[in-house]
Design a protein around this ligand. Structure first.
Ligand code: APR
Length: 290
């Protein structure tokens, strides 16, 4: 039994079924999940990079706002000059417009089983959240921020995201009643610091006994590098349409890849775990609450 063994010797996985066996037999009890836009495309939110053809992909759809280049929407300098494109996006992504899918509920189930160490998401749609798919706040690191809170760019007064809702939904740029500065949702822009919670990775990743990466291109730092922060003996499972990051160029012996649609991949894992009925029940209850 290894130092971190827990419930017995981990089978070094070769396939999705092996990974499932390790989770089912509770050999993996400290699972870290890393996720990106690809887990929310099944909910109808377009992702950032894969859909390069005009008219598809979130960034392409924003071209109507005359952005100099797509990523400008998340650049703080550009935002100060012209916040309108960002607030057009905010109106679209504001909590309530989209529903979580099977991938989000899978993470909640992993938590309910007591086997989730933490979920790290790059998504700003909030679909993982406690009030939505049901991942509790202490289990979730929203590495690129959230619409749930906001800050005045001028006097730094803090707001609840709900206070901004009427203005955002009407297509206006929200202003601070105190100083008239623009109030910016606490989304992390390029050139801004990541939230302090991100640094939980320093203690989480060395403890992890399985890493599941899903729906991300692993192109944006520092998030992308977290995939290399688990111990080298720890199995990593990628569920994604294509090979990304270290799964493409720095493969480790215990890496497993499940290529294709993320919902199909997660479903296959859940089936192999024997958790299908429980997950269905969670999803049914979740959609009723909504
Ligand atoms: N099934 C499987 N994989 C999918 C699916 C799907 N239904 N939809 C998309 N993907 C995959 C794509 O193939 C791609 O590899 O998900 C990945 C999405 O990559 P990106 O669009 O780059 O999203 P993400 O990795 O989250 O981007 C990171 O970039 O612009 C910034 O701050 C923004 O958080 C974002 C960050």
């Amino acid at each position: 039994r290894g130092l971190f063994g827990g419930g017995g010797e981990s089978v070094q996985p070769q396939t999705l079924q092996d990974v499932a066996e390790n989770i089912r037999e509770r050999r993996c009890k400290r699972v870290v999940v890393m996720a990106g836009a690809g887990i929310s495309t099944p909910s109808g939110i377009p992702d950032f990079r894969t859909c390069r053809s005009p008219g598809s992909g979130l960034y392409d759809n924003l071209q109507q706002y005359d952005l100099p280049y797509a990523e400008a929407i998340f650049e703080i300098g550009f935002f100060h000059r012209n916040p309108n494109p960002f607030f057009a996006l905010a109106k679209e992504l504001y909590p309530g417009n989209y529903q979580p899918n099977l991938t989000h509920y899978f993470v909640r189930l992993l938590h309910q089983k007591g086997q989730l160490l933490r979920m790290y998401t790059q998504n700003i749609d909030g679909l993982e959240r406690h009030q939505v798919a049901g991942v509790p706040p202490e289990m979730l690191v929203e590495a690129h921020g959230t619409f749930a809170t906001a800050t005045c760019t001028s006097c730094l007064r803090k707001y609840d995201g709900e206070e901004l809702r009427p203005e955002v939904m009407s297509g206006a740029v929200p202003r601070c009643p105190t100083c008239k500065g623009v109030v910016k949702p606490d989304i992390v822009f390029f050139g801004e610091e990541l939230p302090l919670s991100f640094f939980k990775y320093l203690t989480d990743f060395p403890l992890a006994d399985l890493l599941i990466v899903m729906g991300t291109s692993l192109e944006v730092e520092p998030f992308a590098s977290l995939a290399g922060a688990v111990r080298s003996s720890v199995p990593r499972l990628l569920i994604n349409r294509d090979l990304v990051g270290p799964f493409a160029w720095g493969r480790r012996p215990h890496d497993v890849t499940q290529l294709g649609d993320v919902v199909t991949g997660v479903k296959e894992l859940v089936d192999a775990l024997g958790w299908t009925q429980e997950l269905d029940a969670l999803m049914a209850a979740g959609s009723q609450e909504v």
